[in-house]
Design a protein around this ligand. Structure first.
Ligand SMILES: NC(=O)c1ccc[n+]([C@@H]2O[C@H](COP(=O)([O-])OP(=O)(O)OC[C@H]3O[C@@H](n4cnc5c(N)ncnc54)[C@H](OP(=O)(O)O)[C@@H]3O)[C@@H](O)[C@H]2O)c1
Length: 264
């Protein structure tokens, strides 16, 4: 996993073997592109094979494996296929995430199950299945959200599931000190696929509530900027095996674009 100093500037992740889940869109796709550019060997996974193939084409590298993290058999197959193709896994990264817009009083058992399986337990299953194939000192990470600390109307199940994801990562951190576990909270990133299936009327009502609660943030990061910051973290991890970054927040700076700028 450690790269000779002379190679680091051009290919800081040369020789690093990465399983990246949630790579068919948004931040995951941008990350795949940057990981290949940084020299990593990559297996990319998500449910939609056609979109994964677009990721592979854009990255000019990587191999696609279709898998639904809500399906335990898929998680096992994904880990085995990734290990077959990579040999072992130095970085296990999840950009999986999805939300349904539901007022809390209308959030039913199926919504809870779906949110927790998609955003929290699914990654746990991928990690359990990958455990035999993780290289010593492997870095394991999954993207959480700033929503964990906010009370956003109609996103209660999503925020709860991301908090569950963070607690799952903490449990792994305490019980598996041989791994490097990083919890990453991400702020507003645009454009991605996230929310593309939100109902227009429900979104209008949610926007009104977020505005009233002072939660409408104008600044946003591009998926590529977030991916660049993450590749910086992974490059550091490859160069400094004795260091673990336990948690990280990636948020728009004052120099980030605003929606008012993009509209003008
Ligand atoms: N965009 C933001 O402003 C923002 C803010 C905070 C945190 N985040 C977090 O950042 C991560 C990436 O978000 P994004 O905005 O890039 O979202 P996105 O464009 O919607 O991408 C989400 C990815 O998750 C995959 N996915 C969803 N359900 C899956 C399942 N059951 N099994 C396997 N893969 C699944 C999707 O692929 P398939 O549909 O092909 O399966 C897709 O590749 C997510 O964890 C999100 O919660 C985003």
């Amino acid at each position: 996993m450690t790269t000779p100093l002379s190679d680091r500037a051009s290919a800081p992740l040369a020789g690093s073997r990465v399983l990246l889940v949630g790579a068919s869109a948004g931040i995951g796709r941008a990350l795949a592109v940057r990981l290949v550019a940084a020299g990593a060997e990559l297996v990319v996974a998500a449910r939609r094979g056609d979109e994964l193939e677009k990721t592979v084409a854009e990255a000019a590298g990587g191999q696609a494996v279709c898998a639904d993290v809500r399906d335990p058999a898929d998680c096992e197959r994904l880990a085995r296929e990734a290990a077959d193709r990579l040999g072992a896994i130095d970085f296990l990264i999840s950009c999986v995430g999805a939300a349904r817009l539901r007022p809390i009083a209308e959030t039913g058992l199926e919504d809870w199950r779906w949110a927790l399986e998609t955003n929290a337990v699914g990654f746990h299953r991928v990690l359990c299945s990958s455990l035999p194939f993780l290289a010593p000192n492997a870095l394991v990470t999954a993207l959480s959200s700033e929503a964990v600390d906010q009370h956003r109307a109609a996103l209660g199940a999503y925020a709860t599931s991301k908090l569950a994801l963070e607690r799952i990562l903490r449990a792994w951190q305490s019980e598996h000190p041989e791994l490097r576990i990083t919890r990453i909270r991400v702020g507003q990133t645009f454009p991605t696929n996230f929310g593309s299936e939100f109902d227009g009327e429900a979104l209008g009502k949610a926007f009104e509530a977020w505005g009233n609660d002072g939660l409408l943030v104008d600044r946003y990061m591009s998926p590529d900027a977030v991916a660049g910051a993450l590749v910086g973290l992974f490059s550091m991890a490859a160069a400094f095996p004795s260091v673990t970054v336990e948690e990280l927040t990636v948020a728009p700076s004052a120099a980030a674009a605003t929606f008012s700028q993009s509209a003008s």
